[in-house]
Design a protein. Structure first.
Length: 131
C-alpha cells in the first residue's frame, strides 16, 4: 500500500471539500435556460443546432470563400472553410464564437466572418496550406 504523504493528504482533502461544496450548491443553483446562454449555445440546448452553420459560397474582396460541412474537419468541427480552394483551419469556441489560424486572437460569430477576417488579414497574399 502506498505511503501517505502530505501531497496525497492535501489532494484527498481538496477532493472531499470540492465534492461536498458541489453537493451543497446543487439544489440551490437554478438550471440554465436557453435564454440565459449565448445565442449559439441556446440553439444547441434547445436542439436547433442542425449539425452546424449554414454553408456559404461567395466572392469577398476578390477572393472566393466557401464554408460547408465536411467529414471530420479540423478539431472535429465537421465544418470546413476554404479561401480560393485552400482550407482555412477554423475552430468553434465553447461560447459559440469561431477563430481561425489567421485571426486566432479575434473571435468572430460565424465561419463566414472568420473567412472574411482572414481575407482582410491576408491582404492579397495566398493562404498557405496548414499541415
Amino acid at each position: 500500500m502506498p505511503e501517505l504523504t502530505r501531497r496525497r493528504a492535501l489532494a484527498a482533502g481538496a477532493a472531499i471539500a470540492a465534492t461536498g461544496g458541489l453537493a451543497a450548491q446543487a439544489p440551490s443553483a437554478p438550471a440554465a435556460t436557453p435564454s440565459d446562454l449565448a445565442p449559439a449555445s441556446a440553439a444547441m440546448v434547445a436542439g436547433h443546432d442542425h449539425g452546424g452553420p449554414a454553408p456559404f459560397d461567395e466572392v469577398y474582396r476578390g477572393r472566393r470563400i466557401e464554408g460547408r460541412p465536411t467529414a471530420g474537419g479540423h478539431h472535429g468541427s465537421g465544418y470546413g472553410v476554404f479561401i480560393d480552394g485552400v482550407e482555412l483551419h477554423v475552430m468553434r469556441n465553447a461560447d459559440g464564437s469561431w477563430i481561425s489560424v489567421v485571426s486566432h486572437y479575434e473571435p468572430v460569430p460565424s465561419p463566414r466572418a472568420a473567412a472574411r477576417a482572414a481575407v482582410e488579414e491576408l491582404r492579397g497574399a495566398p493562404l498557405v496550406p496548414f499541415n
